[in-house]
Design a protein around this ligand. Structure first.
Ligand code: SAJ
Length: 408
C-alpha cells in the first residue's frame, strides 16, 4: 500500500498529520518553506502550542520516521496542508496550493496519491491536479489519484480528534477516494465517508457556514432586542425551550481563522445564490462596530473615561488572539476615544499584542484592578476567569455585556 508520504505545509494541521502517519510506521517527509520550522522539527521541537504533539514529533524524529526539509522528495502519497487565506475581494487565495503542487510535480513517477487537506473553495482539488498536469505533460490524469480530505480538528485537541473524528474523503475519481480512504484509515478510527472532491470541499465550508449563519441570527436578535428594550439572553433561553429551537449565543462578533473566512469561499464561488451566507457574514462582521457604538454611548458625559475591556481572545478560555473581535474592539475604542484610558484584561497573555502595544492609552491590567478603576466595563469574552467577579463590583459603573455574563 503506502510506505512513504510527503506532507507539504507543517503548520497546525500538516505537522500533527505527519507525526501521526510516522507513528504508524510510514516514512514521512515533512516539507515547509520556513527554514526555522524545518530546523525546529528536525530537533524534535514544535513551533506552536498543541498538547501531546511534541511527544509524537520527538519519537518520530528519533526513530528516523519523520524528517523535515525545504523541498519534497519522492513518496507514494502526498498531503498538501498549506494556508488558503482570502484575497481582498474575498475569493480564496490558492497560490500556496499551486506552489505546493509545483514543488511536488518534479518528484512524481506515476501511481502517486495526492490529497489536498487545506480548507478550499469548490474546484480547488481539480485546480491542484491541473497545475500538476501542466508541470508534467509526460504524465496523464490516469497515472495519478487526486482527492480532498478536509481537516476538522479543534485546536487544543488535535492529536485526539485526528484519530477519533469522522473524515470526509472526496476523490476526483472513485479510485482516488478509495486510495485516500486507505491512507487515512492507517490512523483514523472514525468513520471515513467517501464522496467526490467538490462535495468534500463544500462539506467543510458548509459546516462552518452553518455555524456562522446561526451566530448571525443570535447577533441580529441582540440588536433587535436592544431596540425593543428586552433582554436577549432571556429571550433566547425561553425560545430554546421549544423542542425544535436551538438558538446560539450573541457575542461581539465572530473571530478565529475558520468561521469568519470559510463562508466567503462559498459566496465568491456562487455570489448570486449564496444570499443568506453573505448576509450572515456581513451581520457578524458589523457586530464589533455596533459594540463600539454602545461603549462610546456609555462613555458620554465622562470627560476622561476609564474603560475596562474584559477579554481579548477570540473565544472563551483560550489565548488565541487571531481575528479576534474583542481585540479589534479594544484597539478601535482606544483610537476613537484618545482621552479615555483603556484597561485591557486578558488573563491568558503576559504582554499586550502588537495591535495594542503601540497605543499609549491601553494597559494590560489584572481583572480586579481594571474593574475597580473603570467607569465603563465592556465584557468581550466569557472567560471562566471572569465568573468570580461579584456583581456588586459593578455598582455605579456602566456595563456593556456582549456575552450576557452579568445580567442579574
Ligand atoms: N461564537 C458566538 N456565539 C456562539 C458560538 C460561537 O459568538 O454561540 C463565536 C466565538 O466567540 C468565536 C467564533 O464564534 O469568536 C467561532 O468560535 P467557534 O467555537 O464556533 O468555532 P472555532 O472557530 O473555534 O472552530 C470551528 C469549528 N467548526 C464548527 O463548529 C462547525 C471546528 O469544529 C472546526 O474544526 C474549525 O472551525 C475549523 O478549523 O474549521
Amino acid at each position: 500500500m503506502f510506505s512513504s508520504v510527503g506532507v507539504v505545509g507543517l503548520g497546525y494541521i500538516g505537522l500533527p498529520t505527519a507525526a501521526i502517519l510516522a507513528a504508524q510506521g510510514l516514512d514521512v517527509t515533512g516539507v515547509d518553506v520556513k527554514q526555522s520550522s524545518v530546523d525546529a522539527i528536525n530537533a524534535g521541537q514544535v513551533p506552536f502550542v498543541e498538547p501531546d504533539l511534541e511527544a509524537y514529533v520527538v519519537r518520530a524524529v528519533n526513530e528516523g520516521k519523520l524528517r523535515a526539509q525545504l523541498e519534497p522528495a519522492p513518496a507514494d502519497a502526498f498531503i498538501v496542508a498549506v494556508p488558503t487565506p482570502f484575497l481582498a475581494d474575498k475569493s480564496a487565495d490558492l497560490s500556496y496550493v499551486e506552489s505546493a503542487a509545483r514543488a511536488i510535480a518534479p518528484h512524481l513517477k506515476g501511481g502517486e496519491l495526492l490529497v489536498l487537506e487545506s480548507t478550499s473553495p469548490p474546484g480547488a482539488t481539480e485546480r491542484m491536479a491541473e497545475v500538476i498536469m501542466e508541470s508534467r505533460p509526460d504524465l496523464s490524469m490516469d497515472d495519478l489519484d487526486f482527492a480532498h480530505c478536509p481537516e476538522r480538528v479543534l485546536p487544543g485537541r488535535v492529536m485526539v480528534e485526528l484519530v477519533e473524528n469522522d473524515r470526509i474523503v472526496g476523490g476526483l475519481t472513485t479510485r482516488a477516494a478509495e486510495r485516500a480512504a486507505a491512507l487515512y484509515r492507517t490512523f483514523c478510527r472514525g468513520e471515513i465517508l467517501l464522496t467526490n472532491a467538490k462535495t468534500a470541499e463544500m462539506a467543510k465550508l458548509v459546516e462552518n457556514s452553518f455555524r456562522d449563519v446561526n451566530i448571525a441570527f443570535a447577533n441580529e436578535l441582540s440588536m433587535i432586542s436592544d431596540k425593543l428594550g428586552i433582554d436577549v439572553w432571556e429571550l433566547i433561553e425561553l425560545a430554546n425551550h421549544h423542542p425544535r429551537v436551538n438558538i446560539l449565543q450573541p457575542g461581539p462578533g465572530v473571530g478565529g481563522h475558520c468561521i469568519a473566512v470559510d463562508p466567503w469561499f462559498i459566496v465568491s464561488a456562487v455570489p448570486d445564490e449564496a444570499k443568506v451566507i453573505r448576509q450572515a457574514r456581513e451581520i457578524n462582521d458589523a457586530k464589533p462596530g455596533w459594540v463600539i457604538d454602545q461603549v462610546t454611548a456609555a462613555c458620554e458625559g465622562i470627560e476622561e473615561p476609564t474603560i475596562a475591556a474584559l477579554g481579548l481572545a477570540f473565544k472563551a478560555n483560550i489565548d488565541d488572539l487571531r481575528e479576534s473581535p474583542a481585540l479589534a474592539i479594544t484597539a478601535d475604542l482606544a483610537a476613537r476615544l484618545p482621552r479615555a484610558s483603556v484597561l485591557a484584561v486578558e488573563p491568558h497573555i503576559e504582554e499586550l499584542p502588537a495591535k495594542l502595544a503601540g497605543l499609549t492609552n491601553v494597559t494590560l491590567t489584572p481583572v480586579e484592578e481594571a474593574v475597580a478603576k473603570a467607569d465603563v466595563i465592556v465584557v468581550l469574552v466569557d472567560h471562566n476567569a471572569f465568573r468570580s467577579i461579584e456583581p456588586e463590583t459593578f455598582e455605579g459603573k456602566r456595563l456593556v455585556d456582549t456575552r450576557g455574563m452579568f445580567r442579574h
